[in-house]
Design a protein around this ligand. Structure first.
Ligand code: HEM
Length: 458
């Protein structure tokens, strides 16, 4: 029988009618749509033309109902607070401070370098609208991008270079399976997988109770709840220096007499196939990367199969990317306390890589520009993306560690260390290179379809 607490969370979530309003990106990663275009624009054409543009595209936006039907082509629209102003509205009541500030002003919170040299999203290159199109093939993706660009140009918008991703192989450029661990957000037609954490709908979708049993703050316009069935979207272009990471891994692994695959997995916390080190710690085992097992583990509690309780991180280091990004039951206090805290800091990730697919052996150096369009969705950017980036990934003293930050979060500022627990002695490896750099980004509202119609003046 289903856990009553989980059943209650699911019952309190969006209904079928709400799903027709919510943008489908909330519930679908579209892994069958391997080609993506990100169109970034500043709405310079004036209120009337910008609203007319929004009216046209709003009807094409893929809802969470349509997202479940087969098709070739998905369209999503996100607006930043400056975009809402460009549409002729005052800065909305109920918009959280971090959204008003914008990503580029939050460098101290995010432990970023200053946004000098960003390709877009800094003070002088503000993004008002982000249109995302997904297609199953390159030709369709290119046609969709062309149509969206033409509509924006006709509306007098300023366009930044379109960002393209595809084909999607399921791996990020360092060579690891990506997009695997996600919270279960009520409203989804399926059921949570074994170990997958069901969170309150209001942790991701506005208009529902969150983990504090409160309604998330929601932006309003003339008494209309513009947040209802919407969410906040973080977009961040991250360049990955694949050669630098693997060169350090090769040299360091050789120096301590270990295999390079072992060391790379210790940094990430999962093997390239996606199998967690908490489940299979001696070698990669794609059987554990199967969907049913992908989240079926904890770090503190006993873990089937075998004696794999791992509070000290002997299998999956506390310092690894995935254990910092989601400490599961091993943060502090009892496992239930820890899971309760973690449930307040979950995000839905929808990232896609850029650049050519990584070579079969990711350690083969080439000079291609590669990286990740990191996207995450949450009802509070401060409690979601910013908290994870600052308090877990970027925290020098995370969970008893000393002077080290996440190996893949980006902008580590200085070279850092990583501690890998082992017996009889741990390894403390120095000079982990700074391999991820922010090239631009922004904070957006991903409004529901009714809210888009309202903003379009309809
Ligand atoms: C280029 C930068 C990054 C790379 C290469 C990367 C790569 C990965 C990989 C390979 C996984 C494991 C597979 C999976 O569960 O999807 C993962 C998990 C995760 N990452 Fe990242 N990531 C990056 C940046 C970030 C950032 C900036 C954040 C948030 C601020 C983040 C948050 C997470 C979270 C929450 C998980 C899931 C952990 C879990 O629930 O077990 N990542 N990442």
């Amino acid at each position: 029988m289903a856990d009553p607490a989980v059943a209650a969370l699911i019952a309190a979530g969006p209904t079928a009618a709400d799903l027709a309003d919510i943008q489908g990106l909330v519930y679908g990663a579209y892994s069958d749509h391997g080609w993506v275009g990100y169109v970034l624009a500043r709405l310079d054409g004036g209120v009337a033309r910008s609203r007319a543009w929004l009216r046209t595209i709003a009807g094409d936006v893929t809802s969470a109902v349509k997202q479940q039907r087969p098709s070739n082509g998905r369209t999503h629209v996100a607006l930043s607070p400056t975009g809402i102003v460009a549409l002729g509205y005052p800065l909305l009541d109920g918009l959280p401070q971090e959204a008003r500030d914008g990503m580029w002003t939050r460098t101290r919170v995010l432990r970023d370098d200053p946004p000098d040299g960003w390709e877009f999203g800094a003070q002088t290159s503000q993004i008002d609208a982000l249109v995302i199109v997904y297609a199953r093939d390159q030709i369709t993706r290119d046609q969709m991008v062309e149509a969206r660009v033409a509509a924006l140009v006709a509306a007098g918008a300023h366009l930044y270079p379109t960002q393209l991703s595809g084909p999607f192989t399921g791996r990020e450029p360092f060579g690891f399976a990506d997009g695997l661990a996600q919270p279960f957000v009520p409203g989804h037609s399926g059921a949570p997988r074994e170990g997958q954490q069901t969170i309150a709908a209001g942790e991701v979708v506005l208009g529902y109770q969150n983990a504090y049993q409160q309604m998330p703050a929601s932006p309003t316009l003339d008494g209309f709840d513009l947040g209802k069935n919407g969410t906040y979207l973080v977009f961040r272009k991250l360049r990955q220096d694949v050669a630098a990471l693997w060169s350090w891994v090769e040299t360091t692994a050789a120096a301590i007499g270990k295999d390079r695959a072992w060391l790379a997995a210790k940094l990430m916390g999962r093997w390239p196939s996606g199998a967690s080190l908490a489940q299979t710690w001696l070698h990669d085992d794609p059987a554990f990367a199967a969907k049913a097992k992908i989240d079926a583990f904890y770090y503190d509690e006993e873990n089937p199969p075998g004696p794999s309780r791992d509070p000290a991180g002997l299998h999956c280091p506390v310092a690894s990317h995935v254990r910092r990004a989601n400490p599961r039951d091993a943060r502090d206090g009892t496992p239930d306390d820890s899971l309760g805290v973690v449930a307040k800091h979950r995000i839905v990730r929808r990232g896609r890589p850029f650049g050519p697919p990584a070579p079969a052996d990711p350690a083969t150096p080439d000079t291609a520009e590669r990286g990740l369009y990191f996207i995450c969705l949450q009802a509070s950017i401060a409690r979601g993306f910013e908290f994870i980036q600052q308090t877990w990934l970027g925290n020098h003293g995370f969970h008893g560690l000393y002077q080290e930050v996440d190996p893949v979060m980006g902008n580590a500022a200085n070279t850092t260390c990583i501690t890998i627990p082992a017996e009889p002695f741990r390894y403390r490896l120095k000079d982990v290179p700074d391999v991820v750099h922010v090239l631009g980004g922004g904070y957006f509202l991903l409004p529901a379809k009714a809210a888009l119609a309202k903003l379009a003046g309809g």
